[in-house]
Structures are given as C-alpha cells and as structure tokens.
Design a binder for this molecule. Structure first.
Ligand SMILES: C[S@@+](CC[C@H](N)C(=O)[O-])C[C@H]1O[C@@H](n2cnc3c(N)ncnc32)[C@H](O)[C@@H]1O
Length: 200
C-alpha cells in the first residue's frame, strides 16, 4: 500500500516525505530525559544555553522559554539546518554552529547540555570534551551510559575488574577543573545516567 502511494509521487515529493519522517523520528524526546532536563535547568541560571551536539534540535522543546540565547553545535550540516529551522519556529534566539567537538572554540554560556553523545566517544575524547565544556559553562547537564568508555579497558587488555566507572571518571575530570557533580539521575531500567556538574 505504501509502495502504491509512493508510485504516484514525484522524486521531489518522496524526498520531502522522507525528510519529514527523518525530522519527526529524531524529534522524539524520551519522557525521562525531558523530565530530568526540564527539572534541572530551572534550578540553575540558564539565560545562555549551549546544546552540544544539538543534532536536529531534538531537545530544543525541553528548554524553558526563559532561555534568552541558545547555541547549538553539530558536525552534520543537514542536522544544523533542521535545528536552525526548529529554533526559528520556536521563536528562540539562536546560533547554530556546524563544527567538530571537542576542538571547536565554544562561547561562554550559563549551562551546557550534552545528551546521547558520550557513548560515541573514546574515553580520552570524552575527557577532553568535558574539560572544554567546563571551560565555557558554569553548569553542565551531561547524559552518558554507565558502561561508556569500558571498550578502552578491553582494548588495552586491562583485567575485567578494571572496568572504567564512567561516573567516577567524570567526577575526576571535573575535580581537576574545580567542578563537581551536584546531582545524579539514574534510569530505572537502563545504564543511562544524567549528572549535573557545577563549577566551584
Ligand atoms: C545521537 S545524536 C544526539 C544529538 C542531540 N544531543 C540529541 O540528544 O538529540 C549525536 C549527534 O552528534 C553529532 N556528532 C557526531 N560527532 C560529532 C563531533 N565530533 N562534533 C560535533 N557533533 C558530532 C552527530 O551529527 C549527531 O547529530
């Protein structure tokens, strides 16, 4: 039935259809993620927010209307274009920068949000990104999975009991930058975690 429907469409319409599907698929924010982000962001100064990486702006709807300036960073041009459109639709004053983390120079903000990215990074890149974020933001809302970074221990043939504890590792990097974890949220049925980091 879907094929019959598509047969009558021009390539342009099919592309438009697929693009819209892609946008809505990436637009979904899990209820738990939304609750944590919305709940925490209200408790900290949040006039200028950095969403890094922002993808297509999936989280923009979770940011309060009191955000005055939103900066999104992503490596993907297509996602940046979608994020820009979404920010406009939501009436957010925004700057969407296409570039590579962690080396990109980042502007000073009140809070940086980093979600669904740690799992893609080798531990040492994650450490570097955290240090970068701590240089530009007073608070950081960071999501990761408790088992992120363990691949390194395996690759280096470190014994299994030396599995890296991601929360501890984040706390250590933070402490070396005069920051600390002030809140933790653990997902009930997965290894996903959120931490709120604050600079001293
Ligand atoms: C799983 S998405 C998460 C996006 C967003 N944080 C969210 O929760 O919807 C990961 C994003 O990281 C971006 N990305 C991957 N490597 C990157 C890099 N080195 N610098 C900046 N963005 C990167 C991808 O383009 C993708 O949009």
């Amino acid at each position: 039935m879907v094929l019959d429907m598509l047969a009558g469409w021009s390539a342009a319409r099919i592309n438009q259809f697929l693009e819209r599907r892609r946008e809505t698929a990436f637009q979904k924010v899990d209820r738990w993620e939304r609750r944590v982000i919305e709940g925490w962001i209200h408790t900290i100064p949040h006039r200028a927010v950095l969403d890094a990486p922002c993808g297509n702006g999936r989280l923009f709807n979770s940011f309060p209307h009191t955000v005055e300036h939103l900066i999104g960073v992503d490596a993907d041009f297509g996602f940046c274009a979608q994020a820009r459109r979404l920010a406009e639709t939501l009436g957010l004053e925004s700057e969407i920068i296409c570039g590579l983390l962690p080396d990109l120079g980042l502007p000073t903000v009140d809070v940086a949000v980093c979600v669904r990215f740690w799992c893609h990074l080798p531990g040492w890149v994650a450490d570097r990104l955290l240090a970068r974020l701590l240089m530009c933001a007073t608070s950081i809302i960071l999501q990761f999975n408790e088992d992120d970074g363990t691949d390194e221990a395996v690759a280096l043939s470190v014994s299994p009991d030396c599995r890296l504890d991601t929360t501890r590792r984040i706390a250590e990097v933070a402490s070396s930058m005069n920051a600390e974890i002030v809140r933790v949220a653990r997902h009930q049925s997965s290894t996903s975690r959120f931490v709120l980091l604050r600079k001293g």
